[in-house]
Ligand binder design. Structure first.
Ligand code: FE2
Length: 368
């Protein structure tokens, strides 16, 4: 096997650009169970934006809002609404990661940069991926701060331990991008050729189609297998697919959903539902046929059905998964919660039920 020209350790953080980071932080804290661990803004010397760092398990979300009308990224809010700006990847050598990708055709956003402050040395560089989404390469081996220069820990007096409410989310399983019709292969090639990923699996419109709509998807993963990025494109159907709807409302390609691993999906989804997180509705008929399709599972099937959790099985085992509704007013970004029992798949057996559930929502929105 050829040497990995871009050794990536893991997803370091996912940065959202949002209209009101303070209120988004409240949502992800109280609904999704994240701890707000860091803050950057006027009080910490940041002049044009405010940011909140949220953590649960190994997942770090960063929510950033502009503080004034000359912030260079303001257009994002008009174009996309709230959305993912950057999927940051931790590397050993930022300079080497940047050179390796730029020399293979990546577009530069920020050249390798070293920032030194009282907390140590923080290194990063940024390149473009689909749409105006970015990948920042980060190394913070010699940085002891809460997140990055400009950020400080949340004042413990204002953030009491007893108000923490984790729901058991552990790590990011995969992050899905939606791209335009005909562009999936281009971006798969980008991840293979520029980022050193390999293609894991693909799904075509035979796997992912309903009476009305279809999509195609290819999954790429990095050398150590910890980072998986499915790339979707719409396929021709009788009516408008959920990917077309996303592209219309996001005004172009971008991150569609972030899947987060839990070790106990019943507990995690119960807690999130109690916190008023809205999940996609699955009809009872799905569960009537389920036992025959997937056989016995460890979880209590009645609870699985009550919570609307989907189950799929392949040669290696099974998985349980559930999808939130979009987390902003535009029908764009949403989240998945997934628990794996051996299966490394993506729930292909659920695609039809899932897309029909999304189509019911599209129909209500008048976008099917
Ligand atoms: Fe997914």
């Amino acid at each position: 096997m050829a040497a990995d020209h871009l050794p990536l350790r893991r997803i370091d953080y996912v940065k959202f650009f949002v209209g009101n980071a303070r209120q988004s932080a409240y949502f992800y804290r109280n609904a999704f169970g994240f701890d707000v661990i860091g803050y950057g803004g006027l009080e910490t010397g940041m002049k044009n934006e405010a940011g909140y760092v949220l953590r649960q398990g190994h997942i770090t979300l960063v929510l950033v809002s502009p503080l004034n009308s000359d912030h260079p990224e303001n257009d994002r809010l008009m174009l996309h609404g709230d959305g993912v700006k950057d999927v940051a990847l931790e590397v050993e050598n930022v300079g080497a990661a940047y050179e390796a990708t730029i020399s293979r055709g990546a577009t530069s956003v920020v050249e390798p940069t070293v920032i030194q402050d009282d907390d140590g040395i923080y290194e990063y560089a940024t390149i473009m991926t689909y749409g105006d989404t970015r990948h920042t390469f980060v190394n913070h081996d010699q940085y002891k701060g809460v997140f990055a220069p400009g950020y400080r820990p949340i004042d413990p007096a204002r953030y009491r331990e007893e108000t923490r409410r984790p729901v058991g989310l552990k790590a990011i399983d995969h992050i899905v991008g939606n791209v335009e019709l005909g562009k999936m292969d281009e971006w798969v090639h980008f991840y293979e050729h520029v980022m050193g990923f390999t293609q894991l699996v693909h799904f075509d419109d035979n796997d992912i189609s309903t009476e009305y709509s279809a999509l195609m998807s290819k999954v790429v993963q990095n050398g150590n297998g910890r980072i998986k990025f499915p790339i979707n494109e719409p396929a021709h159907g009788v009516r408008k697919s959920q990917i077309d709807e996303y592209l219309d409302f996001y005004n172009g390609p971008g991150v569609q959903h972030i899947a987060m691993i839990t070790g106990d999906i019943i507990e995690t989804v119960s807690a999130m539902a109690d916190n008023d997180v809205s999940f996609l509705f699955v009809p009872d008929s799905y569960y009537d046929a389920l036992q025959d399709r997937i056989g016995n599972i460890d979880e209590d099937m009645a609870r699985v059905a009550e919570l609307g959790i989907l189950v799929d099985r392949d040669e290696e085992g099974y998985l349980l998964q559930i999808f939130t509704k979009p987390v902003e007013d535009r029908p764009t970004v949403f989240f998945e919660v997934i628990q794996r029992h051996g299966s490394r798949g993506f729930g292909v057996g659920n695609f039809k039920a899932l897309f029909e559930a999304i189509e019911r929502e599209q129909d209500i929105r008048g976008t099917l």
